[in-house]
Design a protein around this ligand. Sequence first.
Ligand SMILES: C[S@@+](CC[C@H](N)C(=O)[O-])C[C@H]1O[C@@H](n2cnc3c(N)ncnc32)[C@H](O)[C@@H]1O
Ligand code: SF4
Length: 340
Amino acid sequence: MMLPRLARQVRIARRFAVARVTGGRLPLSVAFMLTHRCNFRCAHCQIPGTCTDEMSAGEFCGAINELAAAGMTRASFSGGEALLRSDTAQIVAHAKSLGLFTSLNSNGWLAQERLGELAGSLDMVVFSLDGSAEAHDASRSQPGSHARVLAAICKARSLGIAVATITLVQPDCLSVIDDVLQIAGDLGFWPYFQPIQENCFERRAGIRTGPDDGWLRDLADRLLRARRDGLPVGNSSAWLKLLASGKSQGGCAGCAAGRFTATVLPDGTLVPCHMTLGDRAWPNGRRLGFAKAFDEMPKPLPTGGCTISPNRETTLLLSLKPTSVLAALRHLRPPPGRGG
Ligand SMILES: C[S@@+](CC[C@H](N)C(=O)[O-])C[C@H]1O[C@@H](n2cnc3c(N)ncnc32)[C@H](O)[C@@H]1O
Ligand code: SF4
């Protein structure tokens, strides 16, 4: 089993090297939006208003087969709230059975009851954690959600699932950074910070950054200082420096989205990333086949800027920037936390 997997990794690494030189495409990392339904109504998020038809578990597994044959090494699952589906564990287990790295984003509300089914097939869970109990419950419009997400972090760790968090940072509440770093230090996980993006996931609007350059620079400087002070900031220094310089707010031209990464929407539509929808026709894997749909995806439209941290970090990683590669390797293990 090990040898065929290693041989596959070597083949994909070769294809990646060729694609980098020739400007080709390879679906290395694909995000599967299992549903746009959500049990929360966070004020900053438009996803629950964009519900569409959802593929069955069999259709998602078929998409995973096709994209794995085309070179996928990582399958991430998100939504909406992916744990609302009763067949999420089945889909994740299928991805794992093909030897893929698997991750799942969740608001954590259903984690106590649903995480056990994912043990053994889910490599990493990324919970949204928006600060102290007061700040988090307000951001998520859900009293009690902070307590649930902390319990979910402990549960995931007890099941052997690696944990990271992502924190939405808004101009009027920078203090969430210190609160989350304190929790991360106590429990021992890598927290990522995400500046709020205007009209994120609003299908017709395309991408626009929210806050102005000065505020983004202050945010980046604050996180870089925290990193230098030895605090467990998950964002790489490479991305934070880009954020501070304003360059990460450029268009989508150099982004890995659409070239080495893609997003499969609940109805089988393929888009470069969840944010680059715009008002245009995107290929659908159910009709075309998923590998073909990936190849036929149009490039993202020019945008007013993107500060989406996971996409920018992946782009830096795939450009083989040493600090990003080192940060990614370092983050495979939890930081030394007071909680162990
Ligand atoms: C869309 S949610 C899906 C997964 C899950 N429901 C959750 O909340 O973690 C994924 C991430 O997108 C973030 N997000 C939502 N709206 C955003 C916005 N306007 N700007 C930046 N990030 C946003 C959320 O905070 C969350 O961390
Ligand atoms: S951020 Fe996540 S939990 Fe909040 S409404 Fe959007 S999808 Fe739901």
